[in-house]
Design a protein around this ligand. Structure first.
Ligand code: CS2
Length: 507
């Protein structure tokens, strides 16, 4: 537990540049991933400036405003919480500094990250956030708002017009959704004669750049078609693939860190050593940071990287999360330490996922999945199956259902992935194998509950869940080569439990 008498982390940071980046949805993932890349680039550029003998200003760097575009956009980050003040309240007393703790099998290593300049909590003052995003010095807006934060229909890629935030944002100039803030801030920039910022989506969504672009254009069209035309012409929404495993920080992590550093950091982030960021090289002029200098892969097409990551990593993560949770495993490490689940995961890659996957340039998919298993087996990463099981209705399509559809079309087996879908169906029924309640977190929880409440037979439950078109494309739901083995797998899970079902399908 924390020693409350211990001194709180509060580094003296001196005068620093204004931010050049706004990040919407400042949670642990971005602080352990994107923020670290930007921080490394800022250090690199700072060292070069010093080495070049640039006069030590002790204050502001030369302005990168539109009169003076400068070579590089500023890299300091203005973090934004779109819902609650908790994160700001934890970071503000620490001058927005925090530790990023690398959890390697060999040991822990903490690094102090000071790239965050300030934080805003959107609902407290939405006008202030729009003004901040309209500042010409802001060149980039990054987002991690989770799959559900885009207020869209995953099956169609359109805005969910029934979503209360979208209903509100269509009327009010003071938005509540991330898409609403992007649109209103871009509108302000247009009025001011400022070029748009580049929008970098860092969520695990397929084709995430074009998806966000389409959502922004849809809302902008409904508000002002001329604005939409301007965004369509001038705006840029590079697609990205992001990867780093970031388990939730625990009280024990906080205590271990403060014992090591001697100061109390109430908001550190934990992460594995591995990281990858692939970004489409498609930016508004003057907004592109030199991210390739700190290991980001800048490419012309992110699609193969994104498919590889969503299907190999996130697909097996979700499969292991549902079935592992049902079998009584608390973490991914615990799950793959069970030989049956290890074999199940490798079988998913070998037989069901890799055969239909195009390899990105310079990538050996076999080596990639071997490395993934080693990442899952990092004993210091306690990534809860319950955490990954969250929001399954938003995750299944891009992680698992796409692979199943491709396998059906190619006549390939999908029995392991179908068992994972059955695992999700069992999980969202809300009762585990011991008859204990499961704390199901999902934006469709009410719909799922209503469907499950009407349940008569195992088969009718499967059919009722399959009829949720926001999750299952109609063509797939109605294909007996999917539906029948799914009903069978669900029946097997109910009768024999997850452990025996996983063992049963190994070959
Ligand atoms: C996980 C991801 O929580 C989840 O759904 O699958 O957060 C995963 O850890 C990251 O995408 C890894 O890059």
């Amino acid at each position: 537990m924390n020693d409350s008498t211990q001194e709180r982390l509060k580094p003296e940071l001196g005068a620093r540049d204004k931010p050049g980046i706004v990040h919407l949805g400042l949670g642990a993932f971005f602080r352990a991933h994107g923020a670290i890349y930007f921080s490394e680039l800022e250090h690199l550029q700072g060292e070069e400036k010093n080495a070049a003998g640039a006069q030590e200003s002790g204050g502001e760097a030369p302005s990168a405003s539109k009169e003076n575009p400068g070579k590089n956009p500023r890299l300091g980050i203005l973090g934004v919480s779109l819902m609650r003040p908790d994160q700001r309240d934890l970071l503000a007393p620490q001058n927005f500094a925090y530790h990023a703790v690398e959890l390697a099998p060999e040991g822990r290593r903490a690094e102090l990250i000071t790239i965050i300049r300030d934080m805003l909590v959107a609902p407290e003052d939405p006008a202030a956030l729009i003004a901040a995003m309209a500042d010409p010095d802001i060149r980039i807006v990054t987002l991690t708002v989770t799959e559900k934060g885009y207020c869209h229909q995953p099956a169609t890629g359109k805005l969910n017009r029934q979503h209360p935030f979208i209903i509100h944002d269509l009327e009010s100039p003071l938005p509540r959704s991330a898409i609403g803030f992007l649109v209103r801030a871009l509108a302000r920039r247009r009025e001011d004669g400022t070029p748009p910022f580049s929008v970098i989506c860092c969520d695990n969504l397929p084709n995430n750049g074009p998806l966000v672009r389409n959502l922004v254009l849809e809302l902008a069209t409904a508000i002002d078609p001329e604005l939409a035309a301007w965004i369509e012409k001038e705006g840029r929404f590079p697609a990205t693939m992001v990867d780093r495993i970031v388990p939730a920080t625990t009280q024990a992590d906080i205590a271990a860190l403060s014992a090591q550093t001697g100061v109390l950091d109430l908001s550190p982030v934990m992460h594995e050593p591995f990281r990858q960021w692939v970004v489409e090289d498609n930016f508004v002029a003057g907004t592109r940071p030199e991210l390739e200098r700190v290991g980001v892969q800048m490419v012309s097409d992110v699609t193969p990287f994104e498919l590889m990551k969503l299907r190999c990593l996130n697909g097996t993560h979700s499969a292991l999360a549902y079935l592992g949770y049902l079998a009584g495993h608390e973490t991914i490490f615990d799950t793959v330490s069970d030989p049956a689940f290890d074999a199940y995961c490798r079988q998913l890659w070998r037989k069901e996922i890799l055969p239909g996957l195009p390899a990105p340039e310079h990538t050996d998919l076999q080596a990639y999945t071997d490395q993934l298993m080693a990442r899952y087996k990092n004993p210091r990463i306690r990534h809860l199956t319950w955490q990954i099981a969250m929001d399954g209705s938003q995750k299944l399509p891009q992680r698992i259902l796409g692979t199943i559809s491709d396998n059906l079309a190619a006549g390939r087996d999908s029995s392991g992935l179908i068992l994972a879908v059955a695992g999700w169906m069992k999980y969202v029924s809300g009762v585990d194998e011991q008859g204990q309640p499961i704390d199901v977190r999902d934006p469709l929880r009410e719909t799922l509950r209503a469907v499950i409440r009407q349940r008569r037979t195992t088969e009718s439950q499967v059919d009722a869940l399959l009829s949720i078109t926001a999750v299952f494309p109609r063509e797939l739901a109605q294909n007996p080569s999917f539906r029948d083995p799914l009903a069978q797998a669900f029946g097997m899970l109910e009768e024999r439990g997850a452990q025996a079902s996983v063992e049963e399908i190994l070959y």
